[in-house]
Design a binder for this molecule. Structure first.
Ligand code: F6P
Length: 341
């Protein structure tokens, strides 16, 4: 189908019962995203959208005005879209929107909250799974490989949708005058060989040895083992940092670290790491928790976290070897002199 085709048109081609159910979800969320994008673009005369509501989400993050607006828009858009179980970052327990719904949706309605009042890029990330009984939570305890679709919207200079229904990754941009998303890229591939990384470097002292070794080697530049001068970028929202990597290649890391509460990193598995990993694999890239593919993890709790190492396949594999090397070094017996045997 041609470039410039509308999202609705492209989704008409979705195949199978599950494919069509996922297409319905994506269309409903596109409607919510278009409305949210308009809310974000409005002058903040009635108070800042990033103002704290005084409440916190289940993970302890302060809830902001825009978090709640985004949650309301997404949830109501999904009400009539054949969605059974629904899990949002903003609500503690999963609920059922439509008992007859055949798919389950996990969603972060507003990713990157700290970017709200600085006119930075923020987004909405979602994952669509087959609905499984017997209660609202069970559907979410399937591995990420069960996803039927995943994607994210980015609210930046443009409003963009990056989405996959399991047959590659397409990119759409909101045409505000027409009020619809138009396809601007089909079959997106993450390039390899790009010397660029994204990590919150202020946590250097908290990282595990493998991560520190990898980043320290990047910092060594052309004289180091990577043999290249590296560039670093950190926008502070997963959608923005992720999208840059989908476009340009490189690697994103939010690893586990030594801070209290960060034993499994910062990102939530079901509505952050897993959908991004699905997209990365669909675009020829990779995503692991440092050691194993994110998509192989079976969640046990709705809001559980996972370390995320995502990007060009060659780089993600390289980081895996750093983890492995540290494990091997630890396992090797150390001689009396302290030298490794
Ligand atoms: O999970 C929320 C999130 O804002 C991500 O979008 C982003 O990658 C990360 O947290 C930013 O973390 P930090 O506050 O450590 O920069």
């Amino acid at each position: 189908m041609r470039q410039g085709a509308s999202l609705a048109r492209v989704l008409e081609a979705a195949e199978g019962v599950q494919g069509r159910a996922a297409a319905r979800v994506v269309l409903a969320l596109a409607q919510a995203a278009a409305e949210l994008s308009a809310v974000i673009a409005r002058p903040s005369i009635e108070g800042r959208l990033g103002a704290a509501t005084g409440a916190a989400n289940v993970d302890g993050d302060a809830q902001r005005k825009l978090d709640l607006i985004a949650e309301d828009l997404c949830r109501s858009a999904l009400q009539g879209a054949g969605v059974g179980p629904y899990l949002s970052e903003e609500t503690e327990a999963p609920t059922v929107l439509d008992p007859a719904g055949t798919v389950a949706v996990a969603i972060d309605p507003l990713d990157g909250s700290s970017n709200i009042d600085v006119n930075g890029v923020i987004g909405t990330i979602f994952s669509v799974l087959p609905a499984r009984g017997p209660d609202a939570a069970t559907s979410f305890f399937q591995s990420g490989r069960a996803q039927i679709a995943a994607g994210f919207f980015m609210y930046g200079p443009q409003t963009t949708l990056v989405v996959s229904l399991g047959q590659g990754v397409d990119v759409f941009t909101l045409d505000r005058s027409a009020g619809e998303f138009l396809r601007v890229e089909q079959g997106m591939r993450i390039p390899q060989g790009t010397p660029e990384y994204a990590i919150n470097a202020s946590n250097h002292r908290h990282w595990r040895e493998a991560v520190r070794n990898y980043i320290d080697d990047c910092l060594r530049g052309a004289d180091g083992p990577h043999g290249k001068t590296y560039n670093m970028r950190w926008a502070g929202s997963l959608v923005a940092d992720g999208y840059r990597i989908f476009n340009r290649g490189g690697i994103f890391l939010y690893p586990a670290d030594g801070r209290k509460g960060y034993e499994q990193g910062r990102l939530r598995l079901l509505y952050e790491a897993s959908p991004i990993a699905f997209l990365a694999e669909q675009a020829g890239g990779a995503a692991t928790d440092g050691e194993r593919p994110i998509l192989d993890i079976v969640p046990h709790r709705p809001h559980e976290r996972a370390p995320l190492v995502m990007g060009s396949a060659d780089k993600v594999e390289r980081v895996r070897r750093y983890y492995q090397d540290v494990e091997l070094t630890r396992a090797e017996p150390v001689g009396l002199s302290g030298a490794r045997a």
